[in-house]
Design a protein around this ligand. Structure first.
Ligand code: AMP
Length: 147
């Protein structure tokens, strides 16, 4: 197996996200790889979706949300010693944006949690599942359990 050179951690700030972050940090150290982090804001205004109505955020709420999420990303980046230029805060659909930034930045390993904010109902959460299916590089899904 060749060494990984650029690892991307997809962080959703859920309760167990620190386990996923630790794994990414440890792999980056082991391979002396560049470490990037991405968080995708998926709370975008979409009034009439197939799964119901999502209440659009006004500009003020959007700005506040952005500030809060940016602060979390910065704190996570500081903890992991990630360069500022490798901290990505994006709007959109998590699975799409994670794959997009991985391709753009020539990432060779994406690290996700097996589950995130959407609970442990499935064997693999939907974001993790899609990233595994569609990413062109390796993907590590860190197994998270409810205990
Ligand atoms: P899920 O499929 O939503 O249960 O989440 C599984 C994993 O996908 C999480 O542990 C994160 O690593 C990643 N993920 C989910 N949502 C996001 C998000 N909004 N931004 C970045 N990564 C995410």
């Amino acid at each position: 197996m060749t060494d990984y050179q650029h690892i991307l951690l997809a962080v959703d700030f859920s309760e167990q996200a620190h386990y996923v972050a630790e794994k990414a940090r440890s792999l980056a150290n082991q391979y002396q790889a560049k470490l990037s982090i991405v968080h995708v804001l998926d709370n975008i205004p979409m009034p009439d979706t197939s799964y119901g109505t999502v209440i659009p955020l006004d500009q003020d709420s959007q700005d506040k949300l952005l500030e809060v999420e940016k602060a979390k990303l910065m704190s996570q980046g500081d903890q992991l010693n990630v360069d500022f230029s490798n901290r990505w805060l994006l709007w959109g659909i998590p699975k799409q944006e994670i794959i997009h930034i991985a391709e753009q930045e020539k990432v060779d390993l994406i690290v996700v949690g097996s589950h995130g904010r959407h609970g442990l109902a499935l064997l693999l959460g939907s974001t993790a599942n899609s990233v595994l299916h569609y990413a062109k590089c390796d993907v590590l899904a860190v197994r998270l359990r409810d205990n």
